[in-house]
Design a binder for this molecule. Structure first.
Ligand SMILES: NC(=O)c1ccc[n+]([C@@H]2O[C@H](COP(=O)([O-])OP(=O)(O)OC[C@H]3O[C@@H](n4cnc5c(N)ncnc54)[C@H](OP(=O)(O)O)[C@@H]3O)[C@@H](O)[C@H]2O)c1
Length: 345
């Protein structure tokens, strides 16, 4: 039995992915009653991974070093806790692990049963790994905004990691009528194929002007404080990139520092003034892991091909692979999700 395993880490807050590396660490403790140990096959990257590594969220989320990277995972169950009921050894699973289990870019991860879902048979581990964090974010945003059948919804960056899942989710799960998005020129056809009914090239058109007053729900993925212009009066806006109030950092840290909260609150109040002036509610959403929602909402959409995982690139689980994968992510122009393959599918 091996006593060590390999995992992607940083030893301190670093400015660029060139300082990320794969380290050899002592194997994690065996799963507790409600946990599952997974042999990792594939991981997808999310901007939160490099934001943590760069210390950008160190105040609301202070963490020990070595800082382990990665939230999304797809792999095979190797051990289960005594109270685990939904999974058995040998089963393929996927999910976005909870904060205490962060560090999925690794050979092994131990995570709560509640964060995981069975993997649909018709998709690979690479495809499954591309879904959880981004997909659950889109689902939770639309639920928070109260998106209803027949409504019009605006999603910025429709071919980004989150946007490319938000578009088919709006179409097939929420049954929105008008699905409006922004992309750069070469991604227009892809956005249409994902379900967008109206695509605006943000590199050529004045998005706020051409889309003024068109959406019942605005889903801001880019931190655009002028997206209130796209909302109809009395619409709902939810942002995953604009901290709209001090409460936004509660989800990071239970004892959110009062002064940081006040500072975020003041900045949030200022940047969202346009929404308030128009009568548009604007809230920040911090996503939560939810294995049941993956199973009940995403698995049927994946099995029927209504959601087709969109993979931008696949990198190997090596120092160089991890660094190049994060360099592509930080560049901010990926079409879909960036994957690190840890084991063969
Ligand atoms: N609060 C939460 O719980 C939560 C959850 C998930 C993500 N997030 C945050 O949400 C943001 C987006 O995440 P992501 O995973 O979707 O990122 P991503 O995949 O890195 O986004 C890249 C995409 O954004 C597009 N883009 C960049 N600027 C744009 C603009 N001005 N207008 C339209 N499209 C633009 C790029 O397309 P082009 O090449 O066409 O420019 C590219 O396709 C990040 O800041 C992330 O940290 C927050």
């Amino acid at each position: 039995m091996t006593s060590t395993f390999k995992a992607a880490i940083t030893e301190r807050y670093v400015r660029t992915p060139t300082d990320y590396k794969i380290a050899t660490l002592p194997v994690p403790a065996p799963p507790s009653d409600t946990q599952v140990e997974i042999a990792v096959h594939a991981v997808s990257l999310n901007p939160i991974d490099y934001k943590r590594a760069e210390g950008m969220i160190a105040i609301p989320l202070p963490e020990p070093f070595p800082l382990r990277l990665g939230y999304d995972v797809s792999g095979t169950v190797t051990k289960i806790g005594s109270a685990v009921t939904r999974f058995k050894v040998g089963q393929p699973v996927y999910g976005r692990v909870e904060q205490a289990s962060v560090g999925t870019i690794a050979e092994i991860v131990v995570a709560n049963e509640s964060s995981l879902s069975p993997k649909p048979d018709n998709i690979s581990h690479k495809e499954a790994a591309s879904i959880p964090l981004a997909g659950l974010t889109a689902l939770q945003v639309f639920e928070k905004a109260g998106l209803k059948e027949g409504q019009s919804v605006f999603v910025s960056a429709g071919c980004g990691g989150v946007g490319q899942l938000a578009l088919p989710l709006a179409k097939h799960h929420f049954k929105a009528k008008d699905i409006i998005t922004t992309v750069s020129t070469k991604k227009i056809d892809k956005a249409k194929a994902l379900g967008a009914t109206r695509v605006v090239d943000y590199t050529k058109e004045d998005v706020h002007k051409v889309l003024e007053n068109t959406a019942d729900v605005v889903f801001d993925t880019t931190g655009d404080s002028s997206s209130y212009m796209i909302a109809k009066p009395n619409a709902h806006a939810v942002s995953i990139a604009l901290l709209a109030s001090g409460d936004a950092i509660d989800g990071f840290r239970d004892d959110s520092i009062a002064i940081a909260k006040r500072l975020v609150g003041a900045v949030g109040w200022f940047v969202t003034r346009g929404f308030r002036a128009k009568g548009v509610s604007c809230e920040f959403l911090l996503m939560n892991p939810d294995g049941r929602a993956l199973e009940t909402v995403f698995n049927p959409l994946l099995t029927t091909g209504k959601i087709k995982p969109m993979i931008a690139s696949v990198y190997p689980f090596t120092d160089d692979g991890v660094r190049k994968a994060f360099a592509e992510l930080r560049d901010g122009h990926a079409t879909g999700k960036i994957i690190i393959q840890v084991r063969d599918d």
